[in-house]
Ligand binder design. Structure first.
Ligand code: COI
Length: 331
């Protein structure tokens, strides 16, 4: 059995080598992301492992089919960049890694909230200029706030546990309710209830057609004044221009963002010495009540190890048995 893995970074290599040793399977590591230009490298292999944020194109799967490869394993969780029609047409089995580390994402989102609540970026800026006074940067305590968690899957639940540990009141909304949380009575009936009641709104849902720009002018208008917004899920969930308006008029007191709707080409790229050509992004980035990280919430040693090794397990299992634990159903 031979597997080819695209977009392999240096930090992934030790985990890949460990897996190869434990499984006695040949794995070719390619540094470049998977494109129609380099899919030919996969000829002669039995399965493809990949990770990237750019869309995978039809031509990639057409070639895989021609090469007799029908096992495609993502190292990440999101499948929004996989063309459903193409994988169906060419009969490609797709797997993801749904739980490489829910706490990795949850921990960064809470970290950003704490930094915003305690005004850390403001103190840092002031102190760098020699101003060591407290006022006007008085903080709010998380234990006094209501946190609305939108999406109560693994990441949402990990976030809830941390928020509860800080003493916050936690409410949740999801179309698929978790039975344990249901017993705890944390669910509200609608997103509007979250908007009305929450001091902090944190998004933990996948990007779907139905939730494109779910946080838009209308949604912000229904929220409490001074709400905090956390998006460690997908950029398309927020209408960025509407968020800017809500920050301008004080509806939103602060935002922690690890995703941005036009992030491809901005995040995980070295921009030293160049200007980022995106006004909305630059507007947000310049604010000391908006904390942006470059889609890095996943980037922990635990998560990266799991992403590499679980995706390889999935791919091996597809090749050996035609099925895998984390097969993605597009129905
Ligand atoms: C995902 O797992 O889908 C993510 O969003 C993290 C990715 C940047 C590795």
């Amino acid at each position: 059995m031979k597997i080819i893995a695209y977009g392999i970074r240096d930090d992934e290599k030790p985990y890949l080598d460990e897996w190869v040793k434990d499984n006695s399977v040949e794995v070719k590591a390619v540094a470049e992301l998977l494109t129609e230009d380099n899919i030919d490298l996969a000829k002669g292999y039995d399965g493809v492992v990949a990770y990237q944020q750019k869309p995978y194109t039809d031509g990639i799967f057409k070639k895989m089919d021609e090469f007799g490869i029908h096992a495609f394993s993502l190292r990440n969780v999101g499948v929004d960049n996989v063309p459903v029609e193409s994988v169906k047409k060419y009969n490609i089995k797709v797997s993801n890694v749904p739980a490489y580390s829910p706490s990795a994402i949850a921990e960064l989102s809470v970290t950003a909230l704490m930094a915003l609540l305690r005004r850390l970026p403001r103190f840092e800026n002031k102190m760098a200029k020699g101003d060591f006074r407290w006022a006007p940067d008085i903080a709010q305590e998380l234990n006094e706030l209501t946190v609305g968690v939108v999406g109560t899957g693994r990441i949402g639940r990990a976030a809830m546990d941390i928020f509860k540990g800080f003493g916050a009141k936690v409410i949740g909304y999801d179309v698929f309710r978790n039975p344990e949380l249901e017993k705890e009575g944390i669910y509200v009936d609608s997103l509007d209830d979250i908007y009305k009641q929450a001091d902090v709104i944190t998004l933990h849902v996948p990007a779907l057609k139905d939730n494109y720009h779910m946080l838009n002018d209308d949604a912000f208008g229904k929220m409490k004044d001074g709400v905090y917004i956390l998006n460690y899920a997908r950029g398309t969930l927020i209408d960025t221009d509407a968020l800017i308006r809500a920050l301008d008029n004080g509806k939103v007191a602060g935002a922690g963002l690890d995703t941005y709707e036009n992030e491809v080409g901005i995040f995980d790229v070295d921009h030293k010495g160049e200007k980022i050509n995106d006004d909305a992004f630059n507007n947000l980035y310049a604010r000391d009540n908006v904390l942006i990280t470059p889609h890095a919430a996943f980037y922990t040693t635990k998560a990266v190890k799991n992403m590499v090794q679980i995706s390889l397990n999935n791919n091996k299992s597809f090749i050996e048995n035609g099925k895998a634990d984390n097969e993605v159903s597009f129905d």
